[in-house]
Ligand binder design. Structure first.
Ligand code: FPP
Length: 241
């Protein structure tokens, strides 16, 4: 009898590059921000689908270190959207037992937004059903660079022996040090690249590049992608019998 328990084959940690908001809006003759707003509603739907689908960790790419190159209007619009999302969703995330974390460099973000991010992390810190990590002003190279700088300080101070530095040591300095590596990375909108997302952590992740634009990515579509993951054989560089 086929198992109906999806959690048996579900990836524990799914990371998503939410791409295609701009094209979705343009196709409707609307400004790009309209697509980002629709994308934000999809975030809530996908987060809430996680428990039933057996996904314990969800990490989403909301704003990259390269996204500052967009027009001032789009950057400001996105920052406003993040602020509103936190204010609107905080209580719901708390009651749905979602623990929220943010990764990325907070130094370039508006201190008022950083305060909301800190508050949401604190508010949800005892939740354990779903771990939602939002990458905001995040870049994989930037993260590894910041981690290396902190590690170098520890070495310079004599607290870490350089001969003992290995991958696990560096991992402890990454923004994601409390998270497992992603099992599956999904990118929507038909583009097949990783755009500086979780470079270190996705060394052995499976990838799914799907054509759906992010605002059209429903919980049903998410379930289909996860079902495909359950059929994959992961070898981690080894030959399995
Ligand atoms: C990429 O699509 C998407 C972004 C740079 C922003 C992602 C943001 C959201 C989904 C909105 C809300 C997020 C949260 C956490 C509330 P794009 O604009 O590059 O699309 P395009 O490639 O079609 O132009």
């Amino acid at each position: 009898m086929p198992s109906t328990d999806r959690s048996q084959t579900a990836p524990e940690h799914v990371a998503i590059i939410m791409d295609g908001n701009g094209r979705w809006a343009t196709a409707r003759g609307r400004p790009r921000l309209f697509g980002h707003q629709a994308g934000a509603r999809r975030v809530s739907e996908i987060v809430e689908a996680c428990p039933d689908l057996g996904v314990r960790y969800l990490t989403i790419f909301a704003f990259s270190t390269e996204n500052w190159k967009r027009t001032q209007a789009e950057v400001t619009g996105l920052m406003t959207l993040f602020r509103r999302y936190i204010l609107k969703e905080a209580q719901r995330l708390l009651s749905k037992r979602v623990r929220v974390r943010f990764i990325g460099d907070r130094d370039r973000l508006d201190p008022k937004l950083v305060k909301l991010m800190d508050d949401l992390e604190n508010l949800t810190k005892d939740n354990d059903d779903v771990h939602l990590t939002i990458a905001l002003n995040y870049g994989g190279r930037d993260e590894v660079t910041r981690a290396t700088r902190r590690l170098a300080r520890e070495v310079a101070a004599g607290r870490i022996d350089p001969e003992e530095v290995d991958a696990e040591t560096l991992g402890r300095f990454l923004d994601t040090h409390t998270l497992p590596d992603p099992d599956l990375v999904i990118r929507t909108s038909g583009e097949a690249r990783i755009s500086n997302f979780l470079l270190w952590q996705s060394a052995y992740s499976e990838y799914e590049f799907i054509d759906t634009l992010w605002p059209d990515f429903t919980a049903e579509r998410f379930a289909e992608v996860l079902a495909g993951f359950g059929k994959r054989e992961r070898r981690y560089g080894a030959v399995l019998g």
